[in-house]
Design a protein around this ligand. Structure first.
Ligand code: ATP
Ligand code: MG
Length: 774
């Protein structure tokens, strides 16, 4: 037996050794699913399967790199290089480059990131003369995104009266038009957005049987990690590609499905057996990651979910310490506790900073943690913040580079045509945009032909525009011979970007120059690295694609020893010896926005399961007694998830709370409450109130610091609910703004039917619905 196979247990070895056919590995956290995929690829290659015939889809590019590294150790580096491994987006962007012409796109199409897409949508809303308070560009963007991920093209949209009606009902009757204009503009700009990378791949495989066949023949073996979080669009791609050979291996854990809000469909995993012939189902049960205490605590939580597959997870690892639960006064104190605890654990157990992770439900929680870590001089890194490539100065340089590759790129052009300032004003840009729309050409083409077009632009400005176009063209000529690094360096200098920042002279300006230098270094590294790869050349196009799809997780080289801070969503698949889950409070985790239906609450619970199962040695849960929410200091209550962990697995650092009566909000899709699910939590056991509960004086002081938000209808005061009338304008934290259509029921059962601008009509139980009257 190949020696690496000995690094697997029997249950893991079985799916690795089954060379052909469709198989699904369903298993709990830390049981070696990702390891099975890695070793399976190595095994296939050792059995003579060509690396070129293997496609492996992962959740992050970082995961792909780590898997590749391990495979390279087993089968050798030169072979491993030929594997197609990466995220759906990066793999299919690569495929689309080869096939772009079939869809009418240039092979050097630009990839619009979220910011580019949102800017374009915002511009379209303005051009159409729509009210930007009704048509909020971010909402419109996410609507369009969800259409694309459900494969609702513009054409399909206009053939579906229900969708049009839903948008009209939510006061956005012209959403379809925006969608159409947006798609047209992207196309004209030779640009695809993130969702297009999946949508267009589907289109390609559907419309061109010969292309489908080519890739079906190429990817004889397909593997997918985190299958539970694939959305419909991704599911269809996998299905199409694997249809011929049906050599497909997917691994996942229904208990870790946490992206339903982005369209991931847990049914993909549940229906897998119906989708292929003779599906082999494998289960892994042994967890290698965590202590017995953590594994069993996690089991005790996920048991509370009704919708789940029955699974066993056990571990042979030591029992380990109990989960520590601590209550703090404020988020500042919470941060100090976490930083202090990291400091102590680091000393006591000789750990590195990189052995610690702080996980939270919302990005906003990082600030208090950062402050405390900085005070203790503990280096940290935040994942999921503004990535390096999103910074202004970096995007400016990249926009020039994008224009060199694809001068039609409208967002890149608008960004830099007057930066550094060249005296080309917004009016000119608006006129150019109108002309471009009129002629069905790109703005750059209009500029190139400026003298042939009758435009209200004076000759001075025309000259400036022509000079700009000539500068870009000179870069294009250089790009034919120079590598990406030389070109980028020239661009930074010749465009005046660096001078502009030097002139600035402030510390921020200097930091920006340093960032540009770092970018140039990055490009140089990239060029060197790519030249070693079989199917890459180190071209500027490749670099820009890499950048467009990079997340800051991918930039992590692992050589810096830092505490990791990230949202739980980002932590999926990762592991750390020590994990701190902070903000364990009702309305924060579970999120207030996820308590309207059972399925939402169950998704929150799965999220908690994911969080806890990241920990190898020890987990900490912290919550505060009061926290600023929407600008107001509110009393916080411990999360129900803390209570759901069996007592034998946890240790309170403080005397157990004096529990209040609190119903478990257990509602159906319309917010109807199932009363049988009401739960009496532990009555007060006479424990005196905690000594560090803030005094009224302290609270008053704290409240003074931030403005109070406008009055809201709280779930605790039904009398306020009465005020609400038909026709009132209200705002819901998740559904946004809406109008009350109808009120029915009385007292505790009072419900309102509300027409939300984005979410359509919903019936909410006022007792629980957190509504703000506008
Ligand atoms: P998640 O659900 O969180 O993605 P997973 O099922 O993918 O987890 P892995 O990340 O593959 O689990 O494995 C968890 C940890 O256990 C890793 O550190 C891995 O190296 C280790 N591990 C897995 N199988 C074995 C084994 N047979 N022997 C020793 N260590 C193992
Ligand atoms: Mg995994």
């Amino acid at each position: 037996m190949e020696s690496y196979l000995a690094e697997l247990n029997d249950a893991q070895r079985a799916p690795v050794l089954q060379k052909d056919g469709a198989m699904i590995v369903i298993a709990g956290a830390g049981s070696g699913k990702t390891r099975v995929l890695t070793y399976r690829i190595a095994y296939l290659m050792s059995k003579g399967v060509d690396a070129f015939n293997i496609l492996s889809l992962t959740f992050t590019n970082k995961a792909a790199r780590e898997m590749k590294k391990r495979i390279a150790q087993i089968v050798g580096n030169s072979e491993a290089k030929n594997l197609w491994m990466g995220t759906f987006h990066s793999i299919f962007a690569k495929m689309l480059r080869f096939e772009a012409d079939k869809l009418g796109y240039p092979s050097n199409f630009t990839i619009y990131d979220t910011q580019d897409s949102q800017r374009l949508i915002s511009a379209i809303i303005k051009e159409m003369g729509l009210d930007k308070d009704v048509y909020k560009y971010k909402q419109v963007y996410s609507r369009i995104s969800s259409y694309k991920n459900s494969l609702v093209t513009v054409k399909a949209y206009f053939q579906d009266p229900e969708l049009m009606e839903a948008d009209a009902m939510s006061k956005k009757p012209r959403l379809g038009e925006i969608y159409k204009n947006y798609v047209d503009r992207c196309f004209k700009a030779g640009a695809m957005d993130f969702d297009d990378l999946l949508l267009k791949t589907n289109e390609l495989l559907n419309r061109f049987p010969e292309v489908l066949q080519k890739y079906q023949n190429r990817f004889k073996y397909i593997l997918v990690d985190e299958y539970q979080d694939t959305n419909h669009s991704q599911y269809l791609i996998v299905k199409a590609l694997s249809d011929k050979f049906q050599n497909i291996c997917v691994v996942g854990d229904d208990a870790q499905s946490i992206y339903a809000f982005r369209g991931a469909n847990i049914n993909n995993i549940l229906n897998f057996q119906k989708d292929y012939d003779n599906v082999q189902m494998y289960r892994l049960e042994q967890n290698y990651r965590s202590t017995r205490n953590i594994v069993e605590a996690a089991n005790s939580i996920i048991e509370k979910n009704k919708t789940k597959l029955d699974k066993v997870v056990w571990t042979a690892n030591d029992e380990g310490p109990k989960i520590v639960v601590n209550r703090l006064l404020t988020d500042g104190e919470e941060g100090r506790f976490v930083a202090g605890s990291i400091f102590e654990n680091r000393m006591e157990h000789q750990m590195n900073n990189g052995d610690f992770a702080i996980l939270y439900r919302t990005n906003a929680q990082s600030r208090a943690m950062e402050d405390a870590l900085r005070k203790k001089d503990i280096p940290y890194r935040i994942y999921g913040g503004l990535s390096f490539y999103q910074r202004k100065e970096i995007k400016d340089v990249l926009s020039y580079l994008r224009l060199v590759i694809n001068p039609k790129d409208e967002e890149a052009l608008k960004r830099v045509v007057n930066y550094p300032a060249r005296g080309i004003g917004q009016t000119t840009i608006d006129r150019l945009t109108i002309a471009a729309n009129h002629y069905g050409r790109s703005i750059f083409e209009v500029i190139e032909n400026i003298d042939k077009i009758d435009l209200k632009i004076n000759s001075g400005t025309r000259n400036k525009l022509t000079n700009f176009a000539n500068m870009i063209k000179s870069f294009q000529i250089m790009n034919e011979t120079a590598d990406a690094f030389m070109l980028a360096e020239t661009v930074a200098k010749k465009t005046g970007l660096l001078q502009e920042l030097k002139k600035d002279g402030t510390p921020e300006g200097i930091a920006r120059i340093e960032n540009i230098e770092e970018l140039l270094n990055g490009i140089r590294d990239f060029v060197e690295g790519q030249k070693e790869l079989a199917d890459a050349t180190g071209s500027l196009t490749e670099f820009l694609e890499d950048v467009a799809l990079a997340t800051d997780m991918d930039k992590d080289t692992g050589d810096e020893d830092r505490v990791a801070l990230m949202t739980i969503h980002l932590a999926k698949g990762l592991e750390f010896p020590y994990v701190y889950i902070v903000g364990m409070e009702e309305d924060l985790f579970p999120s207030a926005m996820s308590m309207n239906t059972r399925s939402e609450l169950e998704e929150e619970r799965r999220l908690f399961y994911v969080a806890l199962t990241r920990a190898e040695k020890k987990a900490y849960l912290t919550y505060t007694q009061s926290r600023y929410r929407w600008g107001k200091l509110v009393d916080a209550e411990p999360s129900r998830f803390i209570e759901e962990i069996d007592d034998k697995f946890k240790d309170y650092m403080i005397p157990q709370d004096d529990y209040k009566y609190k119903p478990l909000i257990d509602t159906d899709i319309f917010g109807e409450v199932d009363k049988s699910k009401f739960r009496q939590t532990k009555p007060s056991n006479g424990t005196p109130p905690p000594s560090h509960k803030p005094t009224d004086e302290q609270l008053r002081k704290l409240r003074k610091l931030r403005p109070a938000s406008s009055p809201s209808i709280s779930n605790s005061d039904p009398s306020e609910v009465v005020k609400l009338q038909e026709g009132d304008r209200v705002e819901h934290m998740r559904f946004g703004k809406g109008t009350v259509l109808k009120i029915e029921g009385i007292g505790q059962d009072k419900k309102a039917e509300i027409d939300f601008e984005t979410g359509g009509i919903k019936k909410l139980l006022l007792k629980f619905a957190k509504l703000k009257v506008l």
